[in-house]
Ligand binder design. Structure first.
Ligand SMILES: [Zn+2]
Length: 308
């Protein structure tokens, strides 16, 4: 008889029954140390790139996720028109002034959905879209950013530092933040470094995975492999109900960023979160991903038609 059946049959016995203290001792089920993750991003909406994975870590692995947001996001005003009325802003010129406050609220609400424990806002200027990583590196208070990152890393001893992939075609601020995150990890003694990884969303094209090697001129961002070390299918069923999947969480997160009109059209566009590992991080590598992999199977259990 299995252990559960033994307990059930004992519980239904007519005599009063309560297990002694030893009955609860199931050392083989003792949880490992909770995973600790630090997400380091440029803008208050970048967390959506890995919202499904972060939700898994906080809600299904009992892990902890903190987030550092480098800029105020005031550069993201170009597609804010639908949000003006929603937020009660009468003049479109006011939006730039209001954006830091609004976006901070938006990202805190998005963080609540994902289960982010703490947000650290570093208050740097968002100078708008650029492909040049140098723009952020020239304009931000790098000393302050490094000081904050290093102190967090020393204090919290994260297992993983996560940033957005500094791919050639991505925002220059994402590239700059990846460089700064890698530098902060590299400043730690090798034995105390967390793993450091980068994420990008996408959808498989003809079964081919996206590839990445490094951000030119920043060898600290060199990936351990051209293909992602791990990917997460957002259509993976949720633990609470296998007919529902993690794309719901991603859509909730996107919806919180109402000031970012163009971004609101990201619903359902990408099915996967792809992760690369930087060689700067902990040398043994991949331990973190194995723990995620060990969660429930990732097949979709119902098709949409079946669920309808
Ligand atoms: Zn961004």
């Amino acid at each position: 008889m299995g252990r559960l059946m033994q307990l059930l049959s004992a519980a239904s016995a007519p005599a009063a029954w309560w297990p002694g203290p030893g009955e609860f001792a199931l050392p083989e089920l003792a949880p490992a140390e909770p995973l600790k993750v630090l997400l380091v991003v440029a803008h208050p909406d970048d967390e959506s790139e890995c919202a499904g994975t972060l939700y898994r870590i906080t809600h299904e692995l009992g892990g902890v996720v903190d987030q550092v947001i480098v800029t105020n996001g005031e550069g993201g005003r170009h597609f804010s028109a639908p949000a003006l009325e929603y937020y009660g802003i009468s003049r479109s010129e006011e939006i730039s002034k209001e954006l830091p406050r609004l976006r901070r609220k938006e990202v805190v609400r998005a963080g609540q959905i994902i289960g982010i424990r703490r947000h650290y806002f570093l208050g740097q200027t968002d100078t708008g879209f650029t492909l040049d990583p140098g723009e952020g590196l020239r304009n931000w208070d790098l000393q302050r950013i490094q000081r904050e990152l290093r102190s967090l890393l020393r204090r919290e001893r994260y297992d993983l530092v996560l940033t957005l992939l500094p791919a050639e075609d991505t925002h220059g601020h994402h590239k700059a933040v990846a460089v700064l995150a890698v530098e902060a990890v590299a400043a730690l003694p090798e034995s105390r470094r967390p793993e450091v990884s980068a994420v990008r969303t996408g959808s498989p094209v003809n079964g081919r995975l996206p590839r990445f090697s490094e951000l030119p001129e920043f060898p600290g961002t060199r990936a351990t492999s051209a293909e992602p070390v791990w990917s997460f299918d957002r259509r993976t069923p949720l633990k609470q109900n296998a007919a529902l999947d993690h794309s719901i969480i991603v859509h909730w997160v996107i919806a919180e960023h109402k000031s970012q009109g163009m971004f609101q059209m990201e619903y359902g566009r990408h099915t996967h979160e792809y992760f690369w590992q930087f060689s700067t991080g902990r040398a043994q590598g991949q331990g973190f991903w194995k723990r995620l992999q060990a969660l429930s199977p990732e097949e979709r259990r119902f098709t949409n038609a079946e669920a309808a």
